[in-house]
Design a protein around this ligand. Structure first.
Ligand SMILES: [Zn+2]
Ligand SMILES: [Zn+2]
Length: 269
């Protein structure tokens, strides 16, 4: 028996781009057979719905509303709901697992952390950092920035991605030897998503009792089993690798010259 979890999801209460409430998501995931979900709303470096000009504690309380709505509905219908978040730097995004709103209230400096500080502080709190969709390119994400130094794991399958970006991420993560995850990056829950293969996730052999349990899985260096459509991570002949950049020790972007589809080029940091 395994337990299926959504690892990447946004609510309309806390993310400006969110379309479903926490409770609406919960009912959809319960119907789709998941054991639980992580609510990973966009934090204050990203597409947050929370005004900046409030006291820190009030910002975090509002930030947690999507999660709390999901949690209350999850308790009612029998779906495990965990708090997490997604922070954005220069278009590169990181999912933070294992910590709670009370921890964020105690860390107002989180508003200004570098990627390195984020990793150190999150580790000190017992959490982990997973880089989300590292090869995604959009108008608001001009460069594929690889934060290898600044994460514990890599999201290699994201239902909002083009397959090319997932293939690049899977090859990159395999080379790096880091744990890998999959998630839907779901902003809108509606009927039929499961049947359409639009819901991703991870399967675990042990049921999570808290968000920190999941952080411990990633920090142990092991990958959960991925729940993704068959063949999603296979390269096809038409795939052309986008340019990618390392984030160096000073968090500056340095061109890689690596073809992550074919896995050739000089792969060195
Ligand atoms: Zn979003
Ligand atoms: Zn996201």
């Amino acid at each position: 028996m395994t337990f299926l979890y959504e690892t990447h999801l946004h609510t309309c209460q806390s993310s400006a781009c969110g379309k479903s409430t926490g409770a609406e998501h919960v009912r959809a995931y319960k119907a789709a057979g998941y054991t639980g979900i992580f609510v990973t709303d966009h934090f204050f470096g990203g597409n947050t719905a929370i005004p900046r000009d409030l006291p820190w504690e009030e910002r975090i309380r509002r930030f947690a509303r999507g999660y709390e709505d999901a949690k209350a509905e999850g308790d009612r219908v029998g779906l495990d709901v965990f708090f997490a978040w997604e922070e954005t730097f220069q278009g590169d995004d990181y999912l933070i697992y294992g910590l709670d709103p009370a921890w964020l209230i105690q860390h107002p400096e989180a508003d200004h952390w570098s990627r390195r500080e984020q990793l150190e502080k999150v580790h000190a709190g017992g959490g982990c950092v997973v880089q989300a969709h590292p090869f995604r390119l959009r108008d608001y994400i001009p460069k594929a920035l690889l934060g290898l130094r600044y994460c514990d794991g890599i999201e290699i399958a994201n239902a909002g991605n083009e397959a090319l970006w997932d293939v690049c991420a899977a090859n990159y993560a395999a080379w790096a030897g880091l744990p890998v995850t999959a998630g839907s990056d779901n902003h809108l829950s509606k009927p039929g998503q499961m049947e359409d293969g639009r819901l991703y996730g991870v399967r675990l052999e042990k049921r999570l009792t808290c968000a920190a349990d999941y952080a411990r899985v990633i920090l142990s260096g092991q990958s959960p089993e991925l729940f993704v459509p068959e063949g999603r991570l296979k390269a096809t002949p038409d795939m052309v690798c986008p340019d990618s950049y390392w984030l160096d020790e000073k968090e500056r972007a340095v061109r890689t010259d690596v073809d992550w589809v074919k896995m050739d080029g000089d792969i060195s940091l």
